[in-house]
Every structure is written in C-alpha cells, then in structure tokens.
Design a protein around this ligand. Structure first.
Ligand code: C5P
Length: 463
C-alpha cells in the first residue's frame, strides 16, 4: 500500500488532520487509516468517546511528568519546579507554549530537565510519531505551571490548536494546574466559569495564592503556588501513600529458580527470573508487612526493607523457609527444581571417550506441600504458584488439592506468552474453598503483586 507523506498535503488539510488526530487520541497515521476505512465502508465518521481518566497509580518506577509551561511572568518559577520534580525522582519532559518562550528559553528548560523540549504541534522531527499523543499518554501526570487564563479557557472548551492544548485534550492521565494571572483576570466571570468547568472535568488545581503581583502596585489572588508546593501536590499523584494494611503481619516469600549441583561447576536450573516473587516482596513491604524473601540465584537487587536470604538449592531453600517460620502468610513463587542429582560429584565430571555419564535424579523436597501440611505452626494463608504450559486451570486446581495450600496463582508460561523473564503477567487466582477462579487482566508484575496483596489483606481482615 502506498505511503502517505503528510508534508505533501496542503496546510489546511494537514492541520485539520493533526487536530482530528489530537482529538481522537490517535497518531496521524492511524487517523488517516480510520478516515480511509470509513470512506471505503461508506460509514459516518465515528463518534469520539470521552477518554476515561486512568487510576492514579504511577505505572513507571521512575514517574514521568509532562510539564506544560504557559506564557506568564511566573514561567521563571517553572524552571525551579523542573528542579524540584527531578529532585524527587521524576523524569520531566517540558512543553513550552509560544508565549512561554518569551519568558523562559527552551535551552534553560532543557538544561534543567536533561531532556529535549517540545514546542511545536507540527514538529517535523516527530511528524508521524504522534509526539503529542506520546507526551499525553506516556506520562504519569501532566502539570501545567503557570496555567494562564488563556490556557485554561482553551482546556475548558476543548481546543487543540497548539501542542500544549492538544496534549491536554488527548491525555487520559491526571492533570494538575497551577494557575497564575493578574487578580482581575482570575476574578473575571469567564475565568471563574472555566475554572468551575475544569474542576468538574476532574482537573486538580493548586493555588493561586494571594500576594504581590509582578505589575507595580498590584496585589491579590493570582500568584502561582511555590514550586515546592506544586511538587508536593504532584507527589500525591505520583506516590500515593500506600495503606499499611499488613502492618504487624509476617510474610514469607520464596522466589527465583533453584540451582541443583551436578558437580562443583555444573548445575540443573530453570528460566525463572524471580521478578514476580521480588515484586510481591516489595508490595508486601510497602503495605507494612515484615517480609522475609528466600531467593534462589537471580540478577535482581534486594527490595528495600526486606530481609533477603539467598540460597542455591531446593534443600537449602526448605531449610531457610523452616528457619523463617512462623509467619502469617507464606507465598511460594519460586520455581523450585523438581529433581536433583542423586549424588553430586565431588570433582568435575570428566569426558570419558564415548562413554556418556549417567545422571540419576531424585526428587527434591516439596517446600510448598511441606509447609502446607505442617501440623503445628502452619501459616494462616499458604499460597502457591502454578506455572503451566497446558490445561492451566485444571492443573492448578489439582495442585491445590495435591499440595494442601489455600490459594494458587496460576499462569500460562508457554514461551509464546513471554511471561518467563518478562515484566508482565496474566494470572488466575484459585482458592481451595471456591470453585470459581478469578481471571486477572494482563498487567505488570508489580500490579499483579499489588493486587495479590490487596486480596491477602481482605482475606486476613474477613476470616
Ligand atoms: O513446580 P510446581 O508446579 O509443583 O510448583 C507449584 C508450586 O509449588 C509453586 O508455588 C512452587 O514454588 C512450589 N514448589 C515448592 N517446592 C518444590 C516444587 C514446587 O515449594 N519442590
């Protein structure tokens, strides 16, 4: 199919196309596809669905803020805001409106943000890569500081005729506005209407404050909030406080593979990365639990505040688990090797002509089953994992019965899913006392961990 070059379109068509793309939240290229499809099918242009605001949960370990700097004298304070946001660990991408560039230079903003600056909706550099959509969606928070009367009016009426307003219209992320303007502009009925509308639309505002204005002899409500206050308000979105629902509970987690020695240099292993178990340990700790993580060999850093015990073999893992008991909740996310070599060679096994060495395997202790069946000191809730490549729910249900645990988190680890070693997971939660299983949507391993911790909390609170 022929490629379409947007530069070859006349200006009016090109601008209309970009605005349509901004409104519908698509890249220009995708918008063209939709138009062509509609034309081919003879259907009326599709209605635009309002974009829902997503949950206020940061999706990235390093939160991303898109900072839109509006054109007002307070723009100089936005430079300090960049520093404050970065100081607190956020990545900052700045968008400067045309008017903002009269007050601060893109170079200054770029140097402070350590990032390129975005100024133009029609930026030839990101012509087909829908830069405004990326900035609008690929952020945890959009901050507008200073939010001028004009920018707020555009937002309230859904305009998208420059990069800043197109981002604000195309985003489904939370928006934080720091208004700054002359007190008369702030108290004007039109601004008051726009502010009320924006609040109804779910936009959060910080300020303005009362005080001296840049204009001589002018004072009143209209000063932009201080950068530290704006950064504090941003933190409420980026790092919502986590309820300490597991305070006072002891949680034990196993994670990673085990290595079963064949001789001093060789071992049997599997492809477990440990990421899911480590994410659960971090989420349990964040919820206030006292966490012990017993980990096989993995390439992951210890989660902060977690007591990590590193072991290699299944037998060492069992010993460490038993030593770490008692606990309230035990979660067995490790991919424990089912077998080990019956007798580990004391020396490296040498090649012996065409004679192949025979490895006799014996079964490893089943840690989950051992803990589940403890007569005394059994944790209140014992959770196993079932990594399957076929008959996921059937095998997982059978595992609950066979091992005697309370819950199983089941996931399909067929190579095509990319789950083994990947950052995302699609799981089912099965419970011994329920015939129904819960199918969770595809999510990050961190989100699986947080969801599991929420289920555990409910269980401990209600049983
Ligand atoms: O390997 P399998 O599918 O049996 O693993 C299911 C569950 O049992 C997992 O939670 C795993 O951590 C646990 N397990 C264990 N000890 C073993 C084998 C598995 O704790 N030897």
């Amino acid at each position: 199919m022929a490629n379409l070059t947007i530069r070859k379109l006349d200006d009016a068509v090109r601008d209309e196309l970009r605005l349509r793309a901004a409104r519908s939240g698509r890249s220009v290229e995708d918008e063209v596809r939709v138009i062509l499809r509609e034309a081919a099918q003879g259907v009326a242009p599709e209605a635009l669905e309002p974009t829902p605001q997503l949950a206020l949960t940061p999706r990235n370990p390093i939160p991303r803020v898109t900072l839109i700097i509006g054109g007002g004298i307070a723009a100089y304070k936005a430079l300090d805001l960049i520093r404050r946001l970065k100081e607190r660990g956020s990545e900052v991408r700045c968008v400067l409106t045309k008017a903002a560039q009269r007050f601060v230079t893109p170079l200054a903003a770029s140097a402070l943000a350590h990032n390129r600056i975005y100024t133009d909706l029609f930026d030839p550099q990101s012509e087909f890569d829908a830069g405004h959509i990326r900035l609008a969606r690929d952020s945890d928070l959009i901050v507008v500081a200073p939010a001028t009367a004009d920018l707020m009016a555009k937002m309230a009426h859904g305009h998208a005729d420059d990069l800043a307003s197109a981002i604000l219209l195309a985003t489904n992320r939370p928006i934080l506005l720091a208004p700054a303007m002359n007190p008369l502009m702030w108290s004007n009925a039109a601004t008051a209407r726009n502010v009320a509308q924006l609040k109804r639309d779910g936009v959060t505002m910080i300020g303005p404050e009362a005080g001296e204005m840049a204009e001589r002899n002018e004072a009143g409500l209209g000063r932009m909030a201080e950068p530290t206050q704006i950064a504090d308000a941003a933190d409420k979105f980026l790092r919502p406080p986590i309820a300490q629902t597991l305070q006072g509970r002891r949680v034990l987690i196993t994670a990673g593979p085990t290595h079963e020695p064949i001789d001093p240099v060789r071992y049997i292993a599997n492809r477990s990365s440990g990421k899911q178990g480590y994410a659960i340990a971090a989420a349990a700790r964040a919820a206030g639990a006292e966490v012990t993580l017993i980990s096989g060999p993995v390439d992951l850093a210890n989660p902060a505040g977690v007591n990590v015990i590193r072991i290699e073999s299944a037998r060492a893992m069992l010993d460490a688990v038993e030593a770490a008991l008692p606990c309230d909740v035990a979660i067995f996310a490790a991919a424990v090797a089912d077998w080990r070599v019956a007798s580990e060679g004391a020396q490296k096994i040498k090649k012996n002509g065409s004679l192949m060495p025979t490895l006799t395997l014996v079964e490893n202790p089943d840690i989950l089953a051992t803990v589940s069946r403890r007569a005394a000191g059994r944790p209140r809730l014992v959770i196993g994992f079932a990594a399957e490549t076929e008959n996921l729910l059937g095998n997982a249900a059978a595992k609950i019965a066979r091992k005697g645990c309370d819950w199983i988190v089941a996931n399909d680890v067929s190579p095509a899913t990319g789950i083994m070693g990947g950052d995302r997971n699609t799981v089912h939660l099965l419970r011994r006392d329920s015939i129904d299983s819960e199918a969770w949507p595809d999510m990050s391993k961190q989100d699986v961990a947080r969801t599991l911790i929420a289920r555990i909390t409910t269980h401990l609170e209600t049983t």
